[in-house]
Design a binder for this molecule. Structure first.
Ligand SMILES: Nc1ncnc2c1ncn2[C@@H]1O[C@H](COP(=O)(O)OP(=O)(O)OP(=O)(O)O)[C@@H](O)[C@H]1O
Length: 590
């Protein structure tokens, strides 16, 4: 620190002496006058990736900038590396070079510019003010700066809020303003990014401090702490690592996780706080918005009943041939039910390799097994929280997993792989199968208790060929697929022929065929039997009655002519005798 005019002042302040020491370690030249800054194009990218920070910070910063109008100071917002994103306000009396240095695109990290409020606040993760000669670089010694890091609700540092002005001006209140504005930004950020399904806990030493930006905010997803403001993290001595892992019960073992409206006392460490806990806003269930779609008519009169059962949390099991619409119907039921604000999470128990089903359903902790994502995975069951879990091909679920699934359904709690903790979950279950589950139970392939749990109510979607009005359904599906938009009609004869096909692949098969016909047809065309793909044409084309009756008449007249002698008749008609024998056998049978 030799050669520094304010060496003694710096040495007397550990914050400053540490920062100067770091600046020297960075090998900075105190007389440097070229500063690190990014190009315009790079700045645009950085601005875009800090959109969230700007969104929450700007309203507060604008108020702050108004306050500073007469104070020859600017408000600066930097990102988490100290790169200036926005500068608000004006410093007409400031030297041009310094005005330029505070403009967007300049990097004020400690390693780039030595001791300065933005860089040092980031280095110590706390607020600081750096006045004139306390700056490491000579060129910055005409500046006064006060800065405070901004913390995101997840505990990470998002950037820095700073006020800078000429060092020769008095700045008695500036640091307090920065701290108050940063607190306000962090407060709004937590409150405004709250998900309706999260718990919000507000704490303060005084009951009247609740609902002010001085309150400590804690956010819980289920019972796990997932977000907090800096005030809460400081006062309750919480670490970033605890966000996402510590539970309400671990934090407040004496306290039930129950909502309250009037602040009540709560002891934490050696302090008495007052707190209010707001429960997730699931109230939309009581006043549901308009459902998005009608129930499919394949549900018939059972539709309404199924919705009521689902609303009551009854597990539904839908049986039906492949392609008959089990998932389609389940999605429609979800949309009509009180669970519609939550997700519809489908899992095909037959399509996921047995080794992966468990992690897919229950999720896993980071590094729970070789190849696991380093971020862990929440799992389908927790994804379905508040919504519907659709278990397709449930009859194919491996036995070992059936046991775990049963436990989740009974206890409404799920523990990810590699975790000793469980999360409460609340969802409706619809399962589907084309198998006979009772038979699977008899074969020892399906747990009987799980069957009862999943099949509290069961319904069967009949195969398409048994639907009461297949022609009507085909017409509707044709419209839905865009037939009317392109003015392409199905001929009445084709419609009748299609309605009579057996459709082993049910609606899926019918849908695919209609899409093929639509794709191949020209605008305004009528689609007839001749447009059918060959494999359908054979099945759909009606027998040729005239030709058939003509042949039959000819055979029977010739037979009469030869007194029923088959060999002579065959010879006369030029057909094989076997043809006539087959026909004779058929006549006898009819
Ligand atoms: N009532 C319906 N109206 C319109 N489209 C339908 C209807 N039912 C089913 N579909 C369509 O048919 C196709 C097959 O439906 P879905 O996947 O629901 O059948 P599934 O019974 O679940 O089949 P799988 O047993 O093979 O899983 C989907 O493209 C779906 O959109």
């Amino acid at each position: 620190m030799q050669g520094n005019p304010s060496a003694s002042a710096v040495n007397a302040n550990p914050l400053l002496s540490d920062s100067w020491f770091r600046s020297q370690l960075y090998g900075l030249d105190r007389t440097a006058d070229d500063f690190p800054r990014v190009r315009q194009g790079e700045l645009a990218d950085v601005l875009a990736s800090n959109a969230g920070l700007q969104q929450f910070a700007q309203p507060v910063i604008k108020q702050l900038a108004q306050k500073l109008a007469e104070k020859q100071s600017v408000v600066i917002l930097s990102d988490a590396t100290g790169l200036v994103l926005n500068t608000f306000g004006d410093m007409p009396s400031m030297e041009k070079a310094q005005r330029y240095a505070l403009a967007p695109g300049n990097l004020w990290s400690e390693c780039g510019r030595g001791t300065n409020a933005i860089g040092t606040a980031l280095a110590i993760d706390d607020g600081c003010e750096i006045e004139g000669h306390q700056h490491f670089l000579t060129l910055n010694q005409g500046l006064y700066c006060a800065a405070m890091p901004l913390q995101m609700p997840n505990g990470q540092i998002a950037g820095v809020l700073d006020i800078s002005g000429p060092a020769h001006f008095p700045h008695p209140q500036t640091f307090n303003w920065v701290k108050a504005a940063a607190k306000q930004i962090e407060y709004l950020w937590v409150k405004q990014s709250l998900h309706p399904q999260q718990w919000l806990m507000s704490l303060h030493l005084q009951p009247q401090g609740i609902d002010t930006s001085d309150e400590l905010l804690l956010v819980f997803s289920d019972n796990v702490l997932t977000a907090a403001n800096r005030l809460a993290m400081r006062e309750l001595a919480l670490s970033v690592e605890q966000l996402g892992s510590v539970t309400f019960q671990q934090l407040f073992p004496q306290q039930q996780q129950q909502a309250n409206t009037i602040p009540v006392p709560l002891d934490y460490a050696t302090q008495r706080y007052y707190f209010r806990l707001r429960a997730p806003q699931r109230s939309h269930f009581a006043t549901p918005s308009e459902p998005a779609s009608d129930l499919p008519f394949s549900l018939g009169r059972d539709g309404e009943k199924m919705v009521r059962l689902l609303n009551a949390g009854v597990s539904l099991c839908i049986h039906g041939e492949t392609g008959s619409g089990k998932e389609y119907v389940s999605r429609a039921l979800h949309q009509q039910s009180r669970w519609r604000e939550g997700k519809f999470v489908a899992i095909n128990c037959a399509a996921i390799p047995e080794a992966l089903i468990e992690s897919e359903l229950f999720g896993y902790q980071p590094g729970a097994f070789t190849g696991a994502s380093k971020n862990g995975y929440i799992g389908k069951i927790r994804e379905a929280d508040g919504g519907v879990l659709f278990l397709d091909e449930i009859g194919d679920m491996p036995l070992a997993l059936q046991t775990r699934l049963l436990r989740v359904l009974q206890e409404k709690e799920v523990a990810p792989l590699g975790s000793s903790r469980s999360w409460p979950v609340n969802f409706a279950v619809i399962s589907a199968t084309h198998r006979d589950l009772a038979q699977r139970v008899a074969e020892g392939e399906f747990r009987e208790d799980l069957l009862y749990r999943l099949q509290e109510f069961s319904m069967t979607i009949p195969p398409l060929r048994d639907w009461p009005d297949v022609e009507g359904f085909i017409s509707r599906l044709w419209l839905e697929l865009g037939g009317a938009d392109r003015d392409i009609q199905l001929s009445p004869a084709l419609l009748t022929a299609l309605a009579q096909l057996p459709w082993p692949g049910n609606v899926r098969q019918l849908r695919s065929l209609l899409r093929v016909l639509l794709a191949l047809a020209d605008e305004g065309e009528e689609v007839t039997e001749v447009h059918l793909p060959a494999e359908y044409r054979r099945a759909a084309l009606p027998p040729q009655p005239d030709r058939q009756s003509h042949d039959e008449r000819l055979i029977s007249e010739t037979l009469q002519c030869f007194n029923g002698n088959i060999s002579k008749t065959a010879e006369a008609l030029g057909v094989a005798r076997s043809t006539l024998y087959r026909r004779a056998a058929r006549d006898k049978r009819d």
